[in-house]
Design a protein around this ligand. Structure first.
Ligand SMILES: Cc1cc2nc3c(=O)[nH]c(=O)nc-3n(C[C@H](O)[C@H](O)[C@H](O)COP(=O)(O)O)c2cc1C
Length: 236
């Protein structure tokens, strides 16, 4: 663990304040093949598990896939994708969104395809972009976040905070990441390969690695709603 003032080795990481880490994080959808060493991942996880949790219950169980294990997972995912095997995630996706959120999602997807030069009706190109999810964005590492099957809302909130903490801690090492529902859509495949017990739900995968910053997939910075519209102040 990196202690404050411990003379952190610059070759192993980048000094970065929290705002810089927040602003420089984005969902990486194209990774370089360069590996990430186990010590770095352990440092990131050790820092990230300082995340708060309900009553310090620390509901998370973490499974990290790399090397040949991840290659096998990736192969199985691509096979499933090509055979159109429907996903059956432990935590299903919401089917309906309030209209304002649905609109934002559609706008984001539209901008993404635009930035990649893909036309709305180009099904082949759209499928190719979708397949990138099943290739785990070519990441060298995927971190799966799990929790006991009986748990619901609040522990899920804790898992969310852990996920963001991992992604921010990763920035200090110059690493990119993406939290992706798609990485967890075939839980049976993941469970078998990573020996995840049946009593754990696989919530989400966070792909980790060095971003290919020149890749078109990484060029679009997702916008945000203006903070003065999002935040309402009273008594100031
Ligand atoms: C819970 C969750 C699931 C996500 N799943 C996917 C996914 O399956 N595939 C994908 O390309 N991006 C996925 N994303 C990334 C979002 O699209 C992304 O966070 C959002 O567009 C904002 O962009 P940014 O992360 O680059 O700031 C997911 C994000 C979250 C928080």
């Amino acid at each position: 663990m990196i202690e404050p003032g411990s003379g952190f080795d610059h070759q192993e990481g980048i000094f970065m304040n929290v705002t810089e880490a927040l602003n420089s994080r984005y969902s990486t959808r194209a990774f370089k093949p360069d590996p990430v060493d186990k010590e770095t991942i352990l440092n990131i996880l050790e820092a990230a598990t300082r995340a708060p949790s309900w009553g310090n219950t620390q509901p998370w169980e973490i499974f990290v896939a790399g090397g040949e294990v991840l290659d096998r997972l990736r192969k199985a995912y691509i096979e499933n994708f090509r055979k159109c095997v429907p996903g059956k995630p432990d935590l299903p996706a919401s089917q309906q969104w309030p209209p304002a959120l649905q609109k934002r999602m559609e706008e984001f997807v539209g901008k993404r395809f635009n930035s990649l030069g893909i036309k709305r009706d180009d099904k082949v190109a759209r499928q190719a972009i979708l397949e990138v999810n099943y290739r785990f964005f070519d990441a060298p590492v995927v971190i799966y976040l799990c929790m006991d099957r009986t748990l619901t809302n609040w522990p899920l909130f804790d898992i969310g905070m852990l996920a963001q903490s991992i992604m921010l801690a990763a920035r200090q090492y110059g690493l990119g990441s993406i939290p992706a529902y798609m990485l967890a859509i075939y839980p049976d495949v993941i469970r078998a390969e990573l020996e995840i017990p049946d009593d754990l739900s696989i919530i989400i995968g966070v792909a980790l690695g060095y971003s290919d910053t020149e890749h078109p997939q990484n060029k679009l910075k997702a916008s945000r709603r203006p903070i003065r519209e999002v935040a309402r102040f009273k008594g100031f």
